[in-house]
Design a protein around this ligand. Structure first.
Ligand SMILES: CC(C)(COP(=O)(O)OP(=O)(O)OC[C@H]1O[C@@H](n2cnc3c(N)ncnc32)[C@H](O)[C@@H]1OP(=O)(O)O)[C@@H](O)C(=O)NCCC(=O)NCCS
Length: 168
């Protein structure tokens, strides 16, 4: 698919919010937050997010936002060699066409450009086969398994794989 991958700026906040909330609503178990936790956040929250983190998007025809991936630096001097991948999401009709891979690669490239960063971390529900396969194919290694790392929408436990991609 001939989508353009670029970093989102504060003025992309509405498209960012809409796609993120669509993902949280449709597939809550594939995210670390529930829809209702973010649905009422004000404009400033979304604008600020694009500045505090690097959020990359895949833009298709008419500049429609089709997918997202984010990277943020962990806080504190002892953690600042690590960047966290978050919010990977490709809208269902656009899946299976390489956008998830391109977004993930762009997020990793953004992490590599941050001074001192030597690894990207990711957390994934072990039953999320597409995401597990994507991360593995990009070289992420699993170093841990967190039992009940997140709660599913129905209150049951999701066990999460903890992954890292090192480039030091
Ligand atoms: C995971 C996700 C981002 C993949 O996006 P995508 O655009 O469909 O992915 P791509 O087409 O770029 O495929 C990249 C790789 O992902 C894996 N993959 C994608 N879809 C898959 C599927 N249905 N089954 C197994 N592996 C799959 C494959 O390894 C694939 O590489 P290949 O094409 O060389 O086999 C997408 O399925 C999604 O948004 N899922 C819901 C949200 C989510 O799970 N986010 C991650 C939370 S940790």
């Amino acid at each position: 698919m001939s989508a353009a991958i670029r970093r989102l700026g504060p003025d992309d906040w509405q498209a960012f919010r809409d796609l993120r909330l669509a993902g949280l609503r449709r597939e809550p178990d594939n995210f670390g937050a529930f829809h209702e936790e973010e649905a009422d956040r004000p404009e400033a929250f979304w604008r600020d997010w694009t500045e505090r983190a690097t959020v990359v998007g895949a833009f298709g025809e008419s500049d429609a936002l089709l997918g997202l991936a984010g990277i943020y630096l962990l806080p504190g001097r002892r953690m600042r060699h690590k960047a966290q991948l978050f919010g990977m999401y490709v809208a269902e009709p656009a899946r299976g066409q390489g956008l998830g891979r391109r977004l993930c690669e762009a997020a990793i490239a953004a992490a590599k450009a941050l001074p001192g960063v030597t690894q990207v971390q990711a957390v994934v529900w072990i039953e999320n086969r597409p995401a597990c396969a994507l991360y593995r194919s990009l070289g992420f290694l699993q170093w841990g398994l967190e039992p009940c790392g997140t709660r599913a929408a129905d209150g049951t436990c999701c066990d999460n794989a903890r992954l890292t991609l090192r480039f030091d």
